[in-house]
Write a protein that binds this ligand. Structure first.
Ligand code: SF4
Ligand code: SF4
Length: 338
């Protein structure tokens, strides 16, 4: 990433953080799914299919317009594999046109020099690729050996920030792979993060001594800002629940390919309201709702958004909120009461 572009991006980030601290009444980050289809089939993933069609560009643009009207700061395009969407460049252009920061999460398979130059031109600002292992296996083909050439292209041509995320725990066969991936990413000039994941049965278990050691080493190599924002991972690494306030459905939005707002990729169906009908009343209700899944949640980006408001506005259980609504209190009054 060119130095001037990097500085401009840092200034925009500083502006959105100040704005998010000054007011809690707009979404900070939205993940938008332009197609569910993926070219891979990772064993742990519940976010893809092999058949769905890309969402029509005009529909995506209208969803982006709605996110902009809610005051959203960052839109990250995710999937499935979003690089399979034939009009991805126009989607990114529209995010920038509506003055929001444009990010992308991809498995990395489709990057060529020509494709990277088109993404530069469209105005992409952030890219994250997760690499699960060094050699492909039956669980994941998001592997360093397969993707190394793509990473070299990105290092040479990308004018956007690239972050490489490695993973540890959750039965990943070889924990040393996370270190190999992070070293290669650093060598190529990318930032790195490491995700701690649950076992496949969803149970929170402490990392083994070896995994913990590698986790700390990878964290040290990574982006200092991310490390500061990911305190929760230390608890998860110890197998302990983490006490925080998840603001999904409000400060963080997950918009599926059908245009419904969900808490996140792992809690689809709540609240399940069409984005075009989403109001600040929905926003306020979800902002105030305590999420039952929060203590063991490993979703880094939602934790990072949560930090902005962890110090204010305690949450209530859905039952308490329903009772207060039944008693005739508006959500606005409930917030005022705090
Ligand atoms: S590449 Fe991503 S979306 Fe596709 S199957 Fe793997 S984890 Fe799921
Ligand atoms: S706590 Fe985690 S899993 Fe639960 S809604 Fe929030 S982001 Fe999703």
């Amino acid at each position: 990433m060119r130095k001037r572009t990097f500085l401009k991006l840092k200034m925009r980030e500083a502006r959105f953080i100040s704005r998010a601290l000054a007011s809690s009444r707009h979404p900070v980050l939205a993940h938008l799914i332009p197609m569910r289809r993926c070219n891979l089939a990772c064993g742990y993933c519940n976010e893809y299919d092999h058949t769905s069609k890309p969402v029509d560009l005009e529909i995506i643009k209208s969803r982006l317009d709605k996110l902009a009207s809610l005051g959203t700061s960052i839109v990250t395009i995710s999937g499935g594999e979003p690089m399979m969407h034939p009009e991805l460049d126009q989607v990114i252009q529209h995010i920038r046109h509506r003055c929001m920061i444009a990010g992308l999460i991809s498995n990395g398979y489709y990057f060529t020099p020509e494709r990277i130059k088109r993404l530069n031109k469209a105005g992409l600002e952030y890219l994250q690729i997760s690499i699960d292992n060094v050699e492909p296996d039956e669980v994941s083909r998001k592997s360093l050996r397969v993707l190394d050439k793509k990473l070299r292209y990105l290092s040479e041509y990308a004018d956007f920030h690239v972050n490489i995320n490695s993973v540890i725990g959750g039965g990943i066969k070889n924990p040393d792979d996370a270190l190999t991936v992070a070293r290669r990413a650093t060598e190529l000039g990318f930032s790195t993060t490491v995700g701690v994941i649950h076992d496949s049965d969803g149970i929170l278990k402490p990392l083994s001594a070896k995994e913990k050691d590698i986790f700390q080493q990878v964290k040290k190599m990574g982006n200092k800002d991310h490390a500061r924002l990911n305190w929760f991972q230390d608890s998860i690494a110890e197998g302990k629940p983490y006490n925080w306030r998840c603001r999904a459905g409000a400060r963080y939005l997950y918009i599926c390919e059908e245009g419904l707002v969900h808490w996140c990729s792992q809690q689809r169906g709540y609240p399940g309201i069409p984005l075009e009908q989403y109001t600040m009343e929905d926003f306020d209700r979800e902002y105030k709702t305590e999420k039952w899944c929060a203590p063991t949640c490993t979703l880094q980006c939602v934790h990072q958004v949560g930090i902005l408001d962890n110090w204010r506005d305690p949450q209530k259980t859905p039952a308490q909120i329903a009772q207060e609504q039944k008693n005739g209190k508006s959500v606005g009054e409930m917030i005022g009461a705090d």
